[in-house]
Design a protein around this ligand. Structure first.
Ligand code: CWL
Length: 352
């Protein structure tokens, strides 16, 4: 495959790990990074080691709490524990008033853009995509978003993406993403799928600081909270919720887009997909084995369950960023073949 230049929007946990993992993959050249404060661009390839060393350990509160609105942590009423300089801590970066526009302005030399942005406002990623389409970007855009409702908002833009020449890959992290693709593959044995059960385990002790945004997003899935109320929680309130659960929070019936992504790929009805899991922020070991169970009926009348499991030693970071970059490559292949519009992870697997 020809070399792929890519940019990452967001230098939080996901953005940084995506750069790191990309160094272990063929044909990927990181050329741009940005966050709310600044931008780094180098078409000879960013120095990822320097970028990571400079941005690592910068506490992620600011990005994790404002939902990308541009409000400071103080304005959004969230107590700030640490100063985050973000990408401008890197010698390759400069401050910018509008870092996303800076990336768009270089868009003709960028094959793919990974959106590693928080999405507490569920239209933030769709609105960012609009800016790229309006700015005449024509390449791959890929996100690792989670909420089912966002997929519809992207689907609404599919004509716009087709006109622009954008191949948009949505929900391409772990769940949705890797596990959605696994479900689509497991479904191949069946002529009718009756249920898809996704159950994840994440141990996040040493990764906790880097993944505060993910923890906040998860808390929004608890029955007592929603996106808005979880966004308003202070860091102390989040700590209190975690303490209440002794560090181990169990989730059921999460609004993860695996359901609509499997439905739009024709695998099963969205209502037959369930996503839940266990998050342990006091241990690095997974509290439960991440498992996908696909139950269906074969053409010759049997009922069975195909099961896919992740190794307990694989980290969430490995299971989000490996697939995100793999789907990015699949997207570039489509884009170079002239296929534009909105694709989910199941669309990039065998058809059903
Ligand atoms: O999908 C994500 O980005 C994170 C999700 C949750 C913690 N917010 C679950 C990730 C599942 C990873 C499964 C694994 O590593 O075994």
């Amino acid at each position: 495959m020809d070399e792929i230049t890519f940019a990452v929007l967001g230098t939080g946990g996901i953005g940084r790990r995506a750069f790191e993992v990309s160094q272990h993959k063929d044909a990927l050249t990181p050329v741009a990074a940005c966050d709310r404060h600044g931008v780094a661009v180098d078409f000879d390839g960013l120095d990822v080691d320097e970028l990571l060393a400079a941005t690592e350990g910068n506490i992620d509160n600011e990005v994790a709490t404002d939902g990308g609105t541009g409000a400071t942590a103080a304005e959004s009423g969230v107590k700030q524990h640490g100063e985050r300089k973000g990408v401008v801590a890197s010698s390759q970066a400069r401050r910018s008033e509008d870092p996303i526009q800076d990336i768009i302005d270089h868009g003709d030399r960028i094959d793919a853009v990974l959106l590693a942005l928080p999405n507490y406002e569920h239209d933030f990623i769709p609105r960012t995509a609009d800016r790229f389409a309006e700015g005449d970007y024509s390449g791959v855009m890929i996100d690792v978003l989670k909420r089912s409702r966002v997929i519809d908002m992207l689907d609404d833009r599919s004509d716009e993406f087709e006109d622009a020449g954008i191949t948009f890959i949505c929900g391409a992290g772990a769940t949705p993403g890797l596990l959605t693709g696994a479900a689509a593959l497991a479904a191949q044995s069946f002529v009718e799928v009756t249920s898809v059960d996704i159950w994840w385990g994440v141990g996040l002790k040493s990764g906790y600081e880097d993944n505060r945004g993910t923890v906040r997003e998860d808390i929004a899935h608890l029955p007592e909270y929603d996106i808005e109320t979880a966004r308003e929680l202070s860091e102390d309130e989040i700590e209190a919720i975690i303490d209440d659960h002794d560090g181990v929070i169990e989730f059921e019936d999460m609004e993860h887009a695996d359901d609509v992504l499997l439905e739009r790929a024709g695998v099963c009805d969205a209502e037959d997909v369930a996503v839940g899991g266990i998050l342990d922020v006091r241990n690095d070991e997974k509290p439960t084995t991440t498992t996908v169970r696909v139950t269906g009926r074969t053409f010759d009348g049997e009922t069975a369950t195909n099961t896919f499991q992740l190794g307990d030693e694989t980290s969430m970071e490995a299971n989000v960023n490996g697939p995100a970059l793999g789907y990015l490559k699949a997207g570039v292949r489509r884009n170079r073949a002239g296929e534009y519009g909105v694709f989910g992870p199941a669309d990039l697997m065998p058809g059903f």
